[in-house]
Design a binder for this molecule. Structure first.
Ligand code: PMP
Length: 435
């Protein structure tokens, strides 16, 4: 019997005792390789001495300050650092406690921007089908994952959904990536015109789709076209990098690889590497100025925003990533992981796709590798793979084919940035046994 709701309903009855580097040990003394970084969170692994030292020092100095009275030197330094490293034009930072809070803040910033600039009728949010942007009611309403939304309808603010950019599954025979990108991005323009351009507030998407689809990058110049359509109709672009950001794909921000700068950018997970709950919304100066010259502030707030311990964790994690040049290890080990997955699963009768960027890679399991027909969701293959992997001491992040009945089961791998070639070989070896 456990009194923890999230344990009794959600997960296998295992209790973690410690974790060090890329390994967990449970209360039975069994060890597990953390090949998922939890949920793409643990970028430095566990127990990193520099992060622990920074946290201990911060605890001695200042554990909490309410933003109504003070910010803190550590939160100021983190904000400076995030802006210095962010794509040019994202000049302001709002620090919160996680991904859903970051998305909620972005949605509210987008709406307040239009209220402040005399266009309060711009309220519609457009997102993509099979997307996930968080579990709070606003973020849930924005996302397009029916399986997560169904129990809570009617949602507070229904978003409008267009097709995702899943070229591998939706490309027509003979269609090039460039043509597909134009067709998929064109859905945004169609939706904006259908709703009425002066009623649309923002479009939100993940540059590399994480949990719902398993490390799916866009193709061609999809996001450049999306940016141009948003600009044409004055719609704000929100990129959700809660999962794919902070180095996971090999560049600090995934959107750098797509050559676009959003108006609002959400980050969390890898920002604090799991050492503290922390997230952030980055915003353009244009949005900031609308607040500054209007109400004078962003009409929002949480008790724990800008928490000094969270800021200290994030700052220490980001400093280690830069000092140890870990993004180059993400690129090198990402390429090695991809090659090992290709060699191991490339010819597998039930592997329909192997994809991803950096240390954000996935295999998709299908009924037929040629037609990509999904497996019967009732078989819950993803859950069986998770159980078989855990039995072999491997933590991976599988997700089921239950999403709108069209996705295949996939297994996402997002190990810490510190993995070695030997770690990667061991991860793929254990996954092959589990599959
Ligand atoms: N956006 C994306 C893209 C995510 O992957 C997640 C978490 N899986 C969230 C938002 C929500 O973040 P959190 O769980 O920290 O609230």
């Amino acid at each position: 019997m456990t009194h923890l709701l999230h344990r009794s309903i959600h997960s296998a009855p295992r209790v973690a005792r410690t974790a060090q580097g890329i390994r967990f040990i449970d209360t039975e003394g069994r060890d597990y390789i953390d090949a998922s970084g939890g949920a793409a969170v643990s970028c430095l692994g566990h127990g990193h001495p520099d992060v622990l030292a920074a946290l201990h020092a911060q605890l001695d100095k200042l554990a909490y300050a309410h933003t109504g009275f003070f910010t803190s030197d550590v939160a100021e330094e983190l904000a400076d650092r995030l802006v210095a490293d962010a794509p040019a034009g994202l000049d302001h930072v709002y620090l919160v406690s996680g991904g859903s809070e970051a998305v909620e803040a972005a949605l509210k910033m987008a709406r307040q921007y239009f209220t402040e600039t005399g266009q309060p009728q711009r309220r519609h949010i457009i997102a993509r089908r099979q997307s996930y942007h968080g579990n709070t009611l606003g973020a849930l309403a924005a996302g397009g994952n029916e399986w997560r939304r169904a129990q809570f309808k009617p949602l507070l603010m229904e978003a409008h959904h267009i097709a995702p950019c899943f070229a591998y599954r939706e490309q027509l025979a003979g269609e090039t990536d460039a043509d597909y990108a134009t067709r998929a991005a064109g859905e945004l323009e169609t939706k904006i015109l259908e709703l009425g351009p002066d009623t649309v507030c923002a479009f939100i998407a993940e540059p590399v789709v994480g949990a719902t689809a398993g490390a799916v990058p866009s193709v061609g110049d999809y996001f450049k076209q999306i940016r141009a359509i948003c600009d044409k109709y004055g719609v704000l672009l929100i990129l959700d990098e809660v999962m794919c950001g902070m180095g996971r794909t090999g560049s600090l921000y995934a959107c750098e690889q797509d050559g676009v700068v959003p108006d609002l950018l959400t980050i969390a997970k890898g920002l604090g590497g799991g050492y503290q709950p922390v997230g952030a919304t980055l915003l353009s100066d244009r949005i900031y100025q609308a607040f500054a010259q209007g109400t004078g502030f962003f009409q929002h707030g949480h008790t724990y925003m800008g928490h000094p311990m969270a800021a200290a964790a994030a700052l220490a994690v980001q400093k280690v990533i830069a000092r140890d040049n870990l993004l180059s290890n993400v690129q090198a080990m990402g390429a090695h992981l991809r090659a090992r997955l290709q060699a191991t699963f490339g010819q597998h009768a039930h592997v329909g796709d192997i994809r991803g960027r950096g240390l954000f890679q996935a295999i998709e399991l299908v009924a037929d590798r040629d037609t990509k027909a999904p497996l019967d969701p009732a078989r819950k293959l993803h859950a069986r793979i998770k159980a078989e992997a855990m039995a072999r001491g491997l933590m991976v992040y599988p997700m089921g084919g239950t999403i709108d009945g069209v996705r295949g089961d996939h297994v996402l791998l997002a190990p810490p940035f510190i993995v070695t070639p030997e770690d990667v070989d061991q991860i793929v070896g254990r996954l092959a046994e589990a599959v």
